[in-house]
Design a binder for this molecule. Structure first.
Ligand SMILES: CSC[C@@H](O)[C@@H](O)C(=O)COP(=O)(O)O
Ligand SMILES: [Zn+2]
Length: 215
């Protein structure tokens, strides 16, 4: 079996950085990095752990179906199937899932539309969108509790080696060709969400003030 020390260290570094941002509230979140392509194998976070803690049991190696490839007491993330779909359906090298207040509020605000679109924002260049009139759209899917059903509704959005999907009132899953790209896109998404929510709340405050209402 191929050694996966380098992939382990890369994912551990990403996990530390996301933990520093406090993006693993209440044991939420899961991360995965590709180890092999034919056949597909990847490291995924163990289920139910506090991902802010860093241990030798943080990740386990799984196959294309998300089944452990080595003898272990650890369970793969409950949401491993989404990572499996990404690695089976694209050439992505890394897939990251986090729950933040901003991504949950955005997913609820735009959940009925099923999409949020950003334009006139410098950070959409993280998606290689360089034209002034470019935009990026992030789909929002229903949070099916049954993971195979959730994975089925996630699958149609794996169109490229990089992408992002919001799961309504749950979180976001972002993937990229490398760990660097996946983290860049995740950070760009969270920046855009926080910007949008801040602007909305200030615009509302401004229009209420203009209407003469004292806050
Ligand atoms: C209690 S956190 C919510 C979990 O159900 C899930 O959405 C999650 O992100 C973490 O699950 P995990 O099985 O640890 O990978
Ligand atoms: Zn989750």
């Amino acid at each position: 079996m191929k050694s996966y020390q380098a992939e382990w260290e890369e994912l551990a570094d990403i996990k530390r950085e996301l933990a520093d941002r406090d993006w693993f509230m209440g044991t939420s979140g899961n991360l995965a990095i590709r180890v092999g392509s034919s056949p597909v194998s990847f490291l995924v976070t163990a289920s139910g752990k506090d991902k802010r803690k860093h241990t030798k049991e943080d990740f386990l190696l799984v196959n294309a179906q998300g089944e452990a490839l080595e003898e272990t007491q650890l369970r793969p993330s409950a949401e491993t199937l989404l990572h499996s779909h990404i690695f089976n359906g694209s050439s992505a090298g890394c897939s990251l899932h986090v729950h933040t207040v901003a991504n949950n509020v955005i997913s609820e605000l735009y959940g009925d539309e099923g999409v949020i679109t950003f334009r006139n924002q410098e950070l959409i260049k993280a998606w290689d969108k360089w034209d002034e009139h470019d935009s990026i759209s992030i789909p929002i899917i229903h949070n099916h509790a049954h993971i195979p059903t959730l994975a089925d509704s996630f699958l149609p959005y794996i169109k490229e080696d990089k992408g992002a999907v919001l799961i309504r009132n749950h979180g976001i899953t972002v993937w990229g060709r490398t760990g660097f790209e996946a983290k860049k896109l995740l950070e760009a998404c969270e920046f855009l969400f926080q910007y949008h929510l801040t602007l909305l709340s200030l615009t509302t405050t401004k229009s209420i003030s203009k209407g003469g209402v004292k806050l």
